[in-house]
Design a protein around this ligand. Structure first.
Ligand code: NAD
Length: 318
């Protein structure tokens, strides 16, 4: 059977699929050619990440398709219910990238509290006279230890963020529409561990108490989770990280809050417009930017590839 991998996969994923007897095609097929290609080449499995859209038109046009696989979590680029109605399996790898996304959150938090986003752009050139002024500004950096981290969305990634924050000595508070409580296991290098119980709180309490807020909710039909009213309710000088989905935070309101000083800095991995975010976001001197790379580590990509291969093998063998 043939597998079309349209948005890339790790070498270990390809090997695992080939070991399972599949022919793996890694040609990148243009969006408008995907259906033709699948039919012309007898493809049984289509694997995508977020770039390729698998909408009703492709599903209707490809009766031979048995599995649509999403490497990663969010399946907003796939018409999941429609595909399942047509008898196609739709799979993803929800847990494989949680730790990588969580670590990226801390890359942004550390960047924010020590002004790395700014110092990377402003190292002194020869003869520069203003650098002492910049150093003075950077001397206002703060430590994460002892500060309060507010986590909105306490699922897989939110809890992974909590584990790291607890290890750093941060106070962790969390809010979730559906999760009331979670036990977080913090593992140490020597095999010891501690369990910490976290009871979630209303979002208003997070806004009131958190020094930093990080967002880990899925794409919402109801619009922004964080708009002007929510930003106004936060502590002055709060730092915000969004590595969940563009559209969770109102970027216009965020830029206003950054410009007024209400929000001290923002770390953004996802944007209302991708791959090129709005110019006001790109150029804002208080924003630390990454181009949707939460899951882009070797470890996460290995786990994604091998988990997809395992699921495909077991689904098509039964
Ligand atoms: P998850 O389903 O395990 O957790 C999401 C949590 O959000 C759930 O507990 C749910 O109850 C809660 N929730 C939903 N709507 C809410 C709301 N309005 N207010 C408060 N809580 C709400 O998902 P996850 O694996 O932790 O992923 C979280 C997000 O991260 C998703 O949007 C996913 O697409 C995104 N993600 C981004 C990257 C990246 O590269 N930046 C990589 C992987 C996942």
């Amino acid at each position: 059977m043939k597998v079309l991998v349209n948005d890339g996969i790790s070498k270990s994923g390809i090997t695992a699929l080939e070991d399972g007897g599949f022919e793996v095609i890694t040609t990148k097929v243009a969006q408008e050619q995907v259906a033709n290609y699948i039919n012309a080449n007898n493809i049984s499995v289509l694997l995508v990440r977020s770039a390729t859209k698998v909408r009703k038109d492709i599903i209707d046009a490809c009766p031979g398709l048995k599995i649509i696989g999403r490497g990663g979590v969010g399946m907003d680029n796939i018409d999941v219910d429609y595909a399942r109605e047509k008898g196609i399996h739709v799979i993803n790898t929800p847990a494989s990238s949680s730790d990588s996304v969580a670590e990226l959150v801390f890359a942004h938090l550390f960047s924010g509290v020590r002004f790395l986003y700014d110092s990377n752009r402003n190292m002194p050139l020869e003869g520069e006279t203003n650098f002492e002024g910049l150093k003075k500004a950077y001397a206002n950096g703060i430590e994460l230890r002892g500060k309060t981290l507010g986590i909105i969305g306490f699922g897989r990634i939110g809890r992974s963020v909590a584990r790291i924050a607890l290890g750093l000595g941060m106070r962790v508070i969390a809010s979730d529409k559906f999760v009331g409580q979670a036990e977080i296991r913090v593992d140490f290098y020597n095999g010891q561990f501690i369990n910490v119980d976290i009871v979630t709180e209303p979002m208003e309490d997070i806004f009131k108490h958190a020094d930093f807020i990080t967002l880990h909710v899925p794409a919402q039909d109801a619009g922004y989770v964080i708009g002007k009213a929510e930003l106004d309710a936060m502590k002055d000088g709060v730092g915000i990280v969004n590595a969940s989905r563009g559209g969770i935070i109102d970027e216009v309101a965020l830029i206003d809050a950054l410009d007024s000083g209400k929000v001290a800095f923002a770390g953004l991995d996802v944007f209302e417009e991708e791959p090129t975010p709005a110019i006001q976001v790109l150029m804002n001197p208080k924003v630390s930017l990454t181009p949707h790379i939460g899951a882009a580590t070797l470890e996460a990509q290995d786990r994604i590839g091998t988990e997809l291969a395992e699921q495909i093998s077991s689904l098509l063998k039964t």
